[in-house]
Design a protein around this ligand. Structure first.
Ligand SMILES: [Zn+2]
Ligand SMILES: [Zn+2]
Length: 351
């Protein structure tokens, strides 16, 4: 019998310690509701590094990571109505969900109660392990494929699919906009997008960064103010100020110090994920009726809304384009925060 699987080129992790290396993976045949995408660009997210190194739990090797994917539709299944061959499309952090639980039915499939199907390292409906975007092609069910507006620069679009939606979702949910004071903690891959999006939404934006080395960039991205968190006086000067704080830092920080910057009814939302539990004093929340919250990526509907919003406002991530053989070096630079502000792999260099 003919093997329906397509063998495609990729860059794979073969163990927790070995560098990523050229490889091939099998993609499923295009089913009636599937779209085959020829990948053009794939962003490098910090999550990719944690995952391949086994830092977020044991994984099955070889594994191809990458969940910031843009490309062109090259084949569609018989029942596909949402996309056409030649369309510019994107795929983010998930490729499916159960579609039947309360959260899926509410259009919040990122919070699927049965666990959304991650773009890599998850078990798909057919029992295979999903493989991500550091590859030349991917097959995805049509309603988890996003439309990427042509006005967004092609090579810069990929990081919107994780960094963009991860910051857009809480900013939209907590109504960042005119008259609202928003602080962004950390200005890396996620943080720089939070600044651009919050500014485009019309909020007053403050960056809270360890030092002031990125201040010129921050102001170029739309920040109205920029403060160094290494200075204790920053926390005195900004006490009771913000309606919303978006914390993009994955390292543990002094929650009480940051929560004390919230104004009446203010919320601090974490999109960075420190692995350890963080202590906080409930009294800090009593003052000003503050909230401490978390937010994970965004729904498919919200991701499309974000892409259209970025196109409308002419905003896109700042990227550094690399070839596939630079991925391992890029990982080291991400770990040293030596990237302004997201690495994107040119998929044409995968071999
Ligand atoms: Zn990511
Ligand atoms: Zn579900």
């Amino acid at each position: 019998m003919e093997n329906p699987l397509k063998t495609v080129k990729a860059y794979a992790a073969t163990s927790a310690t070995a560098p990523l290396s050229p490889s091939t993976i099998e993609r499923r045949d295009v089913g009636p509701n599937d779209v085959l995408i020829e990948i053009a660009y794939a962003g490098i997210c910090h999550s990719d590094i944690h995952t391949v190194r086994g830092e977020w739990g044991a994984i099955k090797y070889p594994l191809v990571v990458g969940h910031e994917i843009v490309g062109v539709v090259s084949e569609i299944g018989d029942n596909v109505t949402l996309h056409q061959v030649g369309d510019r499309v994107g795929v983010g952090c998930m490729v499916n969900s159960c579609r039947t639980c309360t959260n899926c039915l509410a259009g919040s499939e990122q919070y699927c109660l049965n666990g959304n199907t991650g773009t890599y390292g998850a078990v798909d409906a057919d029992g295979t392990v999903t493989q991500g975007g550091y590859s030349t092609h991917i097959v995805v069910v049509e309603d988890f494929v996003l439309k990427v507006p042509e006005s967004i620069p092609y090579e810069a679009a990929a990081p919107l699919l994780c960094a963009g939606i991860t910051t857009y979702s809480p900013l939209a949910h907590w109504n960042a906009g005119p008259g609202k004071k928003v602080a962004v903690v950390g200005m890396g891959g996620l943080g720089h997008m939070a600044v651009k999006i919050a500014h485009a939404m019309g909020a007053h934006v403050t960056v809270l960064s360890q030092g002031l080395s990125k201040e010129a960039d921050g102001r170029r991205f739309g920040a109205d103010a920029f403060h160094a968190t290494s200075k204790p006086e920053t926390f005195e000067a900004l006490a009771n100020t913000f309606d919303l704080i978006v914390n993009t830092v994955s390292a543990p920080l002094d929650l009480d110090a940051y929560l004390s910057l919230l104004a009446l009814n203010g919320t601090m939302v974490n999109v960075g994920a420190p692995p350890e539990a963080l202590p906080l004093h409930v009294f800090t929340l009593f003052n000003n009726r503050r909230s401490f919250a978390g937010s994970g990526i965004g729904s498919i509907g919200e991701t499309q809304e974000m892409l259209d919003f970025c196109a409308e406002h002419g905003i896109a991530p700042e990227v550094e384009l690399i070839a596939a053989d630079q991925i391992n070096d890029a990982y080291e630079r991400v770990l040293k925060s030596d990237v302004r502000y997201r690495f994107v792999i040119d998929a044409s260099t995968l071999g």
